[in-house]
Design a protein around this ligand. Structure first.
Ligand SMILES: C[S@@+](CC[C@H](N)C(=O)[O-])C[C@H]1O[C@@H](n2cnc3c(N)ncnc32)[C@H](O)[C@@H]1O
Length: 266
């Protein structure tokens, strides 16, 4: 880390709740810790699986590359990344999630990190960085700060994939996409079996997602239009190499590259 970067942290946001940054951080960590008790039911949802797999495919990590999974949660992106045999490090600010990751992907290393703070990695450490559905759960200043940190720790010529929820995010579209996928894979019986077994947990996921969306109104979370997402990436210096809709069209995934040469100075 350069001395310059070490001195910076993400600015505190003006939100409408009046809660301090410390209170908001503690509340977010508790929220995620609770949600992770049943989060992995999402692995049965086609829109989520397509998003995770598409995210990793777009990043295209290669064997032996240094790869960071930023905001790794319960490790669902890591599970896909590790199939391609990179040297993988995951970071998140929920300790219990890191423990789940260590069980799921013992080949990787997992560390605590709050993405509002400078990452504890030297400049140009990583070939590639994956950050899937994390940045929209931060305020604007924190998301911009995190993307600048990704720029700093990725190598010139290195690549980054970001996925965020779209502005106007519609959780019902994801639910219907999930039902469609279940029907396509298992017919009516498959769909009914899922509903019978997982009705309660599905309702809980929907209510947690509603809470995440409610925080968009307070300014704690920021969902993105295509143009805003592009602006978030390019303010750090990245070049956009591709963008696509994912998660039943309720998220955007972008592939970024840090220019090689003099323009890459972070
Ligand atoms: C929806 S989950 C995504 C997890 C994983 N990337 C996936 O795709 O399943 C959002 C993740 O962002 C993490 N997160 C949110 N704010 C963070 C912050 N300030 N620092 C580190 N991690 C954060 C949460 O702990 C959670 O693991």
């Amino acid at each position: 880390m350069t001395a310059n970067n070490a001195a910076q942290i993400a600015p505190d946001a003006k939100t409408s709740t009046g809660a301090s940054l410390a209170e908001r951080t503690a509340s977010a960590q508790k929220f995620w810790g609770d949600y992770f008790g049943f989060y992995d039911i999402l692995n049965q949802a086609a829109p989520y699986r397509n998003m995770i797999e598409g995210h990793v495919e777009m990043l295209d990590p290669k064997e032996g590359e240094q790869v960071l999974d930023a905001g790794c949660g319960t490790g669902n992106v890591s599970v896909e990344l590790i199939k391609r045999k990179p040297n993988l490090i995951g970071v998140d600010f929920v300790e219990s999630a890191l423990d789940v990751c260590r069980e799921k992907v013992p080949q990787a290393e997992y560390r605590f990190a709050n993405l509002r703070l400078p990452l504890e990695f030297a400049d140009a450490t990583f070939d590639k960085i994956a950050c899937c559905v994390v940045l929209q759960f931060m305020d604007q200043g924190a998301a911009e700060f995190a993307v600048r940190q990704f720029y700093r720790v990725v190598k010139p010529g290195g690549r980054v994939t970001l996925t965020v929820f779209v502005k106007g995010f519609n959780r019902r579209a994801v639910l219907f996409g999930t039902f469609r996928g279940l029907y396509q894979n298992g017919g009516v019986i498959g769909l009914l079996r899922f509903l019978f077994t997982n009705m309660m947990v599905t309702a809980r996921v929907m209510s947690y997602v509603k809470e995440l969306k409610n925080l968009e109104e307070t300014g704690e979370h920021v969902f993105y239009s295509r143009e805003e997402f592009e602006a978030l990436a390019t303010q750090a210096g990245f070049v956009v190499k591709g963008m696509e809709k994912t998660f039943a069209d309720q998220s955007l995934t972008v592939l970024l590259e840090k220019p090689a040469g003099p323009a890459a100075a972070g």
